[in-house]
Every structure is written in structure tokens, then in C-alpha cells.
Design a protein around this ligand. Structure first.
Ligand code: HEC
Ligand code: HEC
Length: 235
């Protein structure tokens, strides 16, 4: 498995970040400057761009009640791709379009670098452990999430999003704990061609194979996972 979801290494995250930025080897001073700039955008906003914190939370944890997705816990590459498609309209959202459009590529890089330095909004170890309990076939959401639906040629969601929906690598985002409404909305966008399908057209294809009841059930399952992991209950 990738290291992104393993325990945080003892190395300082700034040196880690300096090593990880794919663009070029940034010096520690450059990485610091990028983070400071990102923090300013995220927490205070800049000319024409409101502070991200107002909707996505001080720690990037999002808001379930308001359907603002968490950003902390997603990879820099994924976040930048989404900002790009929210800006160019490939992914349609009236709230994010002006915000994403107002950010330059460099500012997007800075703000995502800052977001990646924030702690995940849930405990990936607990989530993964919970998902390994064999799902009850009567629970349509848990079954689809962990076993898939081969009658519709849909693989288990966890094959790409990892056990517990904690995400894998740069291109398979975390989905555990996103609000049910937000998840259902994304499936609608894919079905209507209002969100790019991502690498390999994967999600567009899956969204079209599932019916509304299945989407509802699997969205309920992933939305409830962090709560279930925290209380020890079955999702
Ligand atoms: C006024 C509220 C608001 C503000 C301020 C805001 N966002 Fe958002 N953001 C949203 C909403 C709502 C969505 C979900 C869009 C959808 O449903 O597709 C979203 C989605 C996103 C996504 C996609 C997340 C995913 O999991 O795919 C990214 C990335 C993002 N915002 C980054 C930012 C950044 C960076 C800032 C600050 C520069 C910011 N947002 C400021 C409301 C906001
Ligand atoms: C074959 C791999 C694959 C499978 C299986 C898969 N996904 Fe995805 N999923 C992806 C990829 C890749 C993305 C990122 C798309 C993008 O870059 O816009 C994604 C994105 C998502 C997102 C958007 C997250 C966000 O923050 O906006 C949700 C929600 C999601 N998937 C739910 C599911 C559910 C539920 C299932 C099971 C029914 C599932 N996925 C199965 C590959 C997969």
C-alpha cells in the first residue's frame, strides 16, 4: 500500500513535502514560502478569493451538514485536478467555479500544499479495520462497497478507494465520511456528464451501471463509516 495512508513518518512534514512536490526539487525555504502562501489563501483568502476555511473548515474537515466536502486527506494531485475542472467548467459547481477560476496555477499549488499538511479528518487505521468485517449480504450498501455488484459489472468501491474508503495514492480519492448528499450529487454529475470521469473514465462508467437505490445505499454506507469507526458500531 502507499505510504500516504500509513502512519506519519517521524520526518518533519516540511522536509517531506519538499521531497514530494513533483514539480521540481524545492528547497526547504521555497517549500516554506509555498506553505505560507497556501495558508494565507486557505485561512484568510486573497483579492477576489474567499478564505477556503469558511466552507471547508479550519482543518480542511469540511461540513457534513452543509455538504462541503473535506479537503484534508486528499492528495495534492487530486485536489489540483478538481480545481482545474471546477475552473474550466468540466466539473460543474456554481459555488466553486468563481473561486477556482480566480486562483492561478501557482496559487492552486500553494493552497493544496497547505491542505495536504493538515491532519486527516478521520483515523485511516480504524476505518480500514472496520471495513474488513465481512458485510451482511442484506446490507446493500456495505455489500456493494466491499464486494461490488458483478451482475452489473461493478467492482467493489474499496478496490479503488481502499478498505474503509480512505483513498489510494494520488488519483483515487478518499470517500469515507463525505456527506451522503454530496456523494449522491457526484453520481448525478457523472451520469449527466457534468463532472469528468477521472482517470480511465472509471467513475462515469460505474455511475451509469448503478441504479438510484444502490447509489443511495452505498452513499449512506460511506457517509456513516467514520462515525461507525469512532463508536465501534457496525456501519
Ligand atoms: C462558499 C463556500 C466555499 C468556499 C469559500 C470554498 N469552497 Fe471549495 N467547495 C465548496 C462546495 C459546495 C464544494 C462541492 C462542489 C460539488 O458539490 O461538486 C467544494 C468543492 C471543492 C473541491 C473538490 C473536493 C473534492 O473532494 O472533489 C476542492 C478541491 C475545493 N472545493 C477547494 C477549495 C479551495 C482551495 C477553496 C479556497 C480557495 C475553496 N474550495 C473555497 C464550497 C466552497
Ligand atoms: C475502478 C476504480 C474505481 C471504482 C471501482 C470506484 N471508484 Fe470512485 N473514483 C475513482 C476515481 C479514479 C475517482 C476520481 C475521479 C476524478 O479524478 O474526478 C473516483 C471518485 C469518486 C468520488 C468523488 C470523491 C470526491 O471527493 O468528490 C466518489 C464519491 C466515489 N468515487 C465513489 C465511489 C463509490 C461509491 C464506488 C463504488 C460503487 C466507487 N467510487 C468505485 C475510481 C473508482
Amino acid at each position: 500500500m502507499n505510504t500516504r495512508h500509513g502512519p506519519r513518518p517521524a520526518l518533519g512534514w516540511k522536509s517531506l513535502l519538499a521531497g514530494c512536490l513533483t514539480l521540481s526539487a524545492l528547497s526547504t525555504a521555497q517549500a516554506d514560502a509555498l506553505l505560507d502562501q497556501g495558508k494565507q489563501i486557505y485561512t484568510q483568502g486573497i483579492e477576489g478569493v474567499p478564505a477556503c476555511l469558511a466552507c471547508h473548515g479550519a482543518q480542511g474537515e469540511g461540513s457534513t451538514a452543509a455538504n462541503f466536502p473535506y479537503l484534508a486527506g486528499q492528495s495534492a494531485a487530486y485536489l489540483q485536478e478538481q480545481l482545474q475542472s471546477l475552473a474550466d467548467g468540466g466539473r460543474q459547481n456554481a459555488i466553486m467555479k468563481p473561486i477556482a477560476s480566480a486562483l492561478s496555477a501557482q496559487q492552486r499549488q500553494a493552497v493544496t500544499a497547505y491542505v495536504v499538511s493538515l491532519p486527516r479528518p478521520w483515523d485511516p487505521v480504524k476505518l480500514s479495520a472496520l471495513a474488513q468485517t465481512y458485510p451482511d449480504a442484506k446490507d446493500a450498501g456495505a455489500w456493494l462497497a466491499n464486494r461490488g455488484d458483478w451482475s452489473r459489472q461493478v467492482p467493489a468501491c474499496t478496490q479503488c478507494h481502499a478498505a474503509g474508503g480512505v483513498g489510494v495514492g494520488e488519483h483515487f480519492p478518499a470517500i469515507a465520511g463525505l456527506s451522503k448528499t454530496y456523494i449522491v450529487e457526484q453520481f448525478k454529475l457523472w451520469r449527466q456528464g457534468q463532472r469528468p470521469n477521472g482517470p480511465g473514465e472509471l467513475m462515469g462508467d460505474i455511475a451509469k451501471r448503478l441504479d438510484d437505490a444502490q447509489i443511495d445505499a452505498v452513499a449512506t454506507y460511506f457517509a456513516g463509516l467514520p462515525q461507525a469507526a469512532a463508536t465501534g458500531a457496525q456501519p
